[in-house]
Design a protein around this ligand. Sequence first.
Ligand code: AMP
Ligand code: TRP
Length: 339
Amino acid sequence: MAPTFTPRVFSGIKPSGGLTLGNYLGALKRFVETQDKGTEAVYCIVDLHAITVWQNPADLRHATRELAAGFIASGIDPEKSVLFNQSQVSAHAELGWIFNCVARMGWMGRMTQFKEKSGKNSEKVSLGLFAYPSLMAADILIYHATHVPVGDDQKQHLELTRDIAAKFNNDFGVDFFPLVEPVIEGPATRVMNLRDGTSKMSKSDTSDMTRINMTDDADAIATKIRKAKTDSEPLPETSEGLEDRPEARNLVNIYAALDDRPVADVLREFAGQGFGAFKPKLAELAVAKLAPISTEMSRLMQEPDEIDRILGRGAERAEAIARPILEQTYDIVGLVRSR
Ligand code: AMP
Ligand code: TRP
């Protein structure tokens, strides 16, 4: 009979560039809700994923600490949840190698994120960028995690994680790795670019006006929302009325997610009003919710040693879960352990 796995949540964010509103609503805010429900949760700053594209070392160090500050300022309690950076727990990279030998080239070649990121340049990108989804599978499975809260863009990588677990279990005739459940819920699983409602809000977009950064001040947030692309129609009564209006839908989704309300409820309040009225309300709400987080991030960043201490302690706790699972994996594969 297949074993039942104790529920455990895992998720990760790359320390490349700063945090965006997309990261906050699609990931961080939901991590905090999960933590507060009391499920055991492991949250990882995936620095080994960040270096699949070039990172300036000083910037990488800064982004890692700033992301840690972002987790804590958003409400992750490093005593309750396990919070650490990936490179401090070598089991991730070790299991990643095993999975490189389980995953098939064809599977990796079908990853849309790889195709998008490599574009016409696929001969020149790093081998790590191609192999990245198998390291992501290792991040999750080294903890036997069962649930993974992410934004919509990670769905395909989580399907691949299930394929890798299933192939490993099948190849070795074991029921060792769980088949993870993606948790992609809420009104903001895909926050869109403020200037183009058909593409995702991203920390790597060259234009800063396309996104809200968690470190933006009140003026910057208000300006970006005021200048966000919209249409000239008033807001509709129901969400069906937003179907062909990607920019309008995005701003309404952001409002709903920030205010913890269903979209229908937001539309009930604003139906019939135009963006001239809606945008200032959205800006006010965004500033009210985000300013305390960015202020707390700046405060935490004054004490980088304290952040490093928290990450180090988190890594020790993570290692205590991961190491025995790695040892069992090596044993299943037939690698001799004698020291
Ligand atoms: P990354 O910054 O690419 O490491 O993403 C970290 C997490 O944030 C993942 O769970 C992503 O799915 C989520 N995320 C990133 N951008 C967005 C977005 N625009 N909307 C919703 N979730 C996002
Ligand atoms: N690939 C994810 C992203 O780009 C980050 C990530 C790495 C991750 N490992 C993970 C997310 C494990 C969830 C679980 O956003």
